[in-house]
Write a protein that binds this ligand. Structure first.
Ligand code: PRP
Ligand code: MN
Ligand code: MG
Length: 188
């Protein structure tokens, strides 16, 4: 029985469960991109850990893609609030142009869908050879806009979750598991 940090109510998905889901996603992506150069575009900050872990899991799949590049984009829609503003702000663009590239966007979570919709529209306009999305956590309960997710890890419980990259006011990202925040931490 482990002591949880202040503000954390319970662990919803442990590190082993997350790792298993990422290995499965890596297997699916490896099959689809075996003979293609691949660019993983991690969406900062939330997807920092899933992007790193997925990239390394991909490298361990026998017969998987051998030409894999990593890039990052930073966007924000929640800021310090616990509800989405519905408006996505580009904080930092990718380092390299994606024109002609086989791109997979890597996200930690999809909730209302605005963030991934924005990224798909913006990156899709840049003439990539292909564009898909891999999302570790699907929270399907409050989708405001229909967005295609090509690779999904786990269904996320309908709670305000933190850990494994996900924050509340920039805190809790470094927890190795996905946890439910104590409701009293959130504004009423
Ligand atoms: C969070 C999360 C996803 C997005 C999903 O990012 O990391 O990127 O919201 O929400 P949506 O489907 O409702 O749009 P956030 O804006 O909090 O920025 P961060 O990744 O820097 O924490
Ligand atoms: Mn994010
Ligand atoms: Mg956030």
């Amino acid at each position: 029985h482990q002591t949880l940090p202040p503000g954390i109510e319970t662990i919803l998905l442990d590190a082993e469960t997350i790792a298993g889901a990422i290995r499965r996603m890596a297997g699916e992506i490896a099959r689809d991109y075996a003979d293609r150069p691949l660019v993983l575009v991690g969406v900062l900050k939330g997807a920092v850990f899933v992007t790193a872990d997925l990239a390394r899991a991909l490298a361990e799949v026998p017969g998987g893609p051998t030409d894999v590049q990593l890039d990052f984009i930073a966007v924000s829609s929640y800021g310090n609030a616990h509800r989405s503003s519905g408006e996505v702000r580009l904080v930092q663009d990718t380092t390299y142009a994606i024109e002609g590239k086989y791109v997979v966007i890597v996200e930690d979570i999809i909730d209302n869908g605005h963030t991934l919709h924005y990224l798909r529209a913006m990156l899709g306009n840049r003439q990539p050879a292909s564009l898909r999305a891999a999302v570790l956590l699907d929270k399907p309960y409050h989708r405001a806009i229909d967005v295609t997710v090509d690779y999904t890890g786990l269904t996320c419980p309908d709670e305000f979750v933190v850990g494994y990259g996900l924050d509340y006011q920039e805190r809790y990202r470094t927890l190795p598991y996905l946890a439910k925040l104590r409701p009293e931490v959130l504004p009423a």
